[in-house]
Design a protein around this ligand. Structure first.
Ligand code: IVH
Length: 677
């Protein structure tokens, strides 16, 4: 190494520390400074140098997170300190009894003992060992004494430091915490799996478990896994803090993410208030939690209390009502979506899960049914968490009735009777009939009329169903031929509403090119893509004639989406529909598109909390269409934060930094102003 130029070594060190800082700011402080592009540029430069000088690669270099080569199996790792479990409290009385027990044992009769409260994350416990500041081993919990060594997999998680940060690095540190997957990460992973026709996961926990136990760390590296620390099992004598909360603050300094919901409260009352508040917030968190972990904050008191059997006396898990319930699978029906995908839907004996009655659940596809091994008549476990649609997570095999039936996939479309298509490499089956299939026609029309498409006021789902069933409307163009007197013949349609609908159709004729493209309902073409296509091609004609290659040159359009668009416009009946729509008087101003300004170009926006009148994805697409970048966390450079209902730490952060905050109403008003400009 003596011949390596010192300048190169300087550069390597600088790049590594900048990349480590960027990860820390992103994952621990929730306050990124580097843009994605700047991060990628530095990572690529470091990879280049390391490739040319393999002798300079170190195991803690940020380049080493991409995943090592596959392992044969996992080695056994003995835990130096056993990984315990927690006792559970299932109601408030049990929480109060726990607090009282502790006060009695500590011989303090008062009600101001401090507890550190954190969400109980629903993922997998792992243990990480650092020697002289370097990650040397990572393992699963296993049976509490021995776990599986999954160091190479854990190294791929950017929220796990490969090297501890700061000064006074402990000689030895063993950190424990939970590996989990966020709802948004889970949805994105499943969307990708569906697109590629590979296996979808039933819930974020299964996805996290499956991702962590991969023999090939390169697969783990592509999964959106996160780590949150909740315990220091071993730390140098001199570094031990006086309280659990101080220890968590120290872990943050050393580079670990800890829960942003962590709080120290006093006595039973404080603990119960915290449980209620987090219970209310649960549905809006972007990750699954199944309760609250309450820990005596004072570490001396913890030592005094000690352990019973397999759990500490100084902590307890207060469990929220279950998100899983067992019920009977009465039948499976097949639903035909807008693009012809036929999905099996479980019809269930209605059951209340975490306060909501569930009578349907998605079964996704044939692979998922095979994985579950589920039959009609089975008792199944249903899980409902946050906004994720209810899922069948497993079958209670022992309770299978004698008359249980196999789930048979249809050979023909349940609505139009066309022979279904099984596409190579895809698990989904499809009805190929397109707009000839009444189910697809209804869905296509609903999409066409929807608010973000042609926005036809008063044309609701029920009305569309009626129009399609009477065969008054076959293609979107037929809508524009509807006459008020004929509409008046429909049930529940008065003269006045018929007139209103005709006027709404008249108004909807004047649209914009992005809306029109979006309204066509081409597979995988959402609002943001429709906007990019309109901007790129300027006219519908140019888009219709574009080659696959030309389509791939558009921002956010990959080979799959390009193929869908290309195929759509090669279909004769789609071209006819477009021509009919233009004949029916649907118009837009093509010049305006090409020149439309992007008033938010170069700005970073953050959306947080839940919005009432639009989904976050819609908000994001509309901001992107105006040129903004939508990012996950707030920094000094954030242009504005849109704060919905129950916005949390990002809102606080924006207030601290003096970043502009918009409520939903103001946000919508501004969007409309900019879009109209
Ligand atoms: S503390 C000795 N804190 O719950 C106590 N555990 O039932 C160590 N868990 O295996 C655990 N979130 O996987 C603790 N904030 C949290 C937690 C948490 C989730 C899990 C952990 C553990 C299980 C115990």
């Amino acid at each position: 190494m003596s011949h390596t130029a010192p300048r190169l070594l300087d550069e390597i060190n600088r790049l590594r520390s900048e990349l480590d800082d960027a990860n820390y700011r992103y994952y621990v402080l929730d306050d990124p400074e580097l843009t994605d592009a700047d991060y990628d540029r530095r990572l690529r430069r470091l990879q280049e140098i390391e490739q040319a000088h393999p002798e300079l690669v170190t195991p803690d270099s940020p380049t080493q997170r991409v995943g090592a080569s596959p392992a044969e199996g996992f080695a056994e790792v003995e835990h130096a300190v056993p990984m315990l479990s927690l006792d559970n409290a299932f109601d408030e009385g049990e929480v109060e009894a726990f607090v009282k027990r502790i006060n009695d044992r500590l011989e303090r009769g008062d009600d101001d003992l401090a507890f550190c409260c954190e969400p109980k994350l629903d993922g997998l416990a792992v243990s990480l060992v650092y020697e002289r500041g370097r990650l040397i081993s990572g393992a699963t919990r296993g049976d509490g004494r021995t776990g599986e060594g999954i160091t190479s997999n854990l190294r791929t998680l950017k929220s796990i430091p490969l090297k501890l940060r700061g000064t006074a690095i402990p000689e030895l540190l063993e950190v424990r915490g939970e590996v989990y997957m966020s709802h948004s990460g889970f949805e994105a992973l499943n969307a990708r799996a569906r697109e590629e026709g590979s296996k979808v996961f039933a819930n974020p926990r299964n996805a996290a478990a499956g991702s962590l136990r991969q023999l090939d760390p390169r697969i783990t590296a592509r999964r959106p896994l996160e780590f949150c620390a909740y315990q220091a099992a071993r730390i140098d004598e001199g570094q031990a803090a006086g309280s659990h909360s101080a220890l968590m603050a120290r872990l943050r300094e050393l580079g670990f993410r800890t829960s942003p919901e962590l709080a120290v409260v006093e006595g039973a009352e404080g603990v119960l208030d915290y449980c209620h508040a987090l219970g209310d917030k649960r549905e809006r968190l972007d990750y699954d939690i199944d309760g609250v972990v309450l820990k005596v904050d004072d570490l001396r008191a913890q030592r005094e209390l000690g352990f019973v059997a397999r759990a500490p006396r100084w902590a307890i898990a207060y469990k929220f009502p279950a998100q899983e319930q067992a019920t009977r699978l009465n039948d499976v029906e097949f639903q035909v979506g807008r693009t012809g995908a036929i999905t099996p839907v479980a019809r269930l004996e209605p059951v209340t899960v975490a306060g909501v009655t569930v009578s349907n659940a998605s079964l996704h596809n044939a692979d998922e049914i095979a994985r579950l091994g589920v039959m009609i008549g089975d008792r199944v476990v249903i899980r409902r968490a946050g906004d994720v649609i209810p899922q069948v997570v497993r079958v209670l095999d022992d309770e299978r009735p004698d008359d249980a039936r196999e789930i048979a996939f249809p050979d023909r479309c349940p609505v139009c009777g066309s022979e279904v298509e099984r596409i190579e490499g895809e698990v989904a089956i499809r009805c190929p009939a397109g707009l000839y299939c009444a189910a697809q026609r209804k869905e296509a029309l609903k999409h066409f009329a929807s608010r973000r498409a042609l926005d036809i006021d008063g044309l609701g789902d029920k009305l569309i169903d009626a129009l399609v069933e009477r065969e008054w409307v076959k293609t979107p163009a037929d809508l524009f031929a509807l006459q008020a007197d004929r509409l008046g013949e429909l049930p529940r349609m008065g003269e006045k509403s018929a007139g209103n609908l005709v006027r709404a159709l008249e108004k909807a004729r004047h649209t914009t090119l992005p809306r029109f493209i979006y309204a066509l309902g081409i597979r995988e073409v959402g609002e943001a893509t429709a906007n990019n296509l309109a901007r790129h091609f300027g006219t519908l004609q140019a888009l219709m004639e574009a080659s696959q290659e030309a389509l791939e040159a558009v921002a956010d359009v990959g080979p799959v989406v390009a193929a869908h668009i290309h195929a759509f416009f090669r279909e004769t009946h789609n071209r006819e529909t477009v021509a009919q729509l233009r004949e029916a008087g649907v118009i837009w101003n093509e010049e305006a598109i090409a020149e439309r300004a992007q008033p938010l170009a170069g700005q970073s926006w953050v959306l947080t909390g839940s919005l009432e009148s639009l989904t976050r994805d819609e908000g994001k697409a509309r901001l992107q269409a105006l040129g903004a970048k939508v990012v996950g966390s707030v920094s000094k450079k954030t242009a504005a934060v849109v704060a919905g209902e129950a916005a949390g730490s990002k809102l606080t952060r924006a207030e601290e930094l003096g970043v502009e905050i918009l409520d939903e109403a103001t946000f919508l008003a501004r969007l409309e102003e900019w879009e109209q400009a």
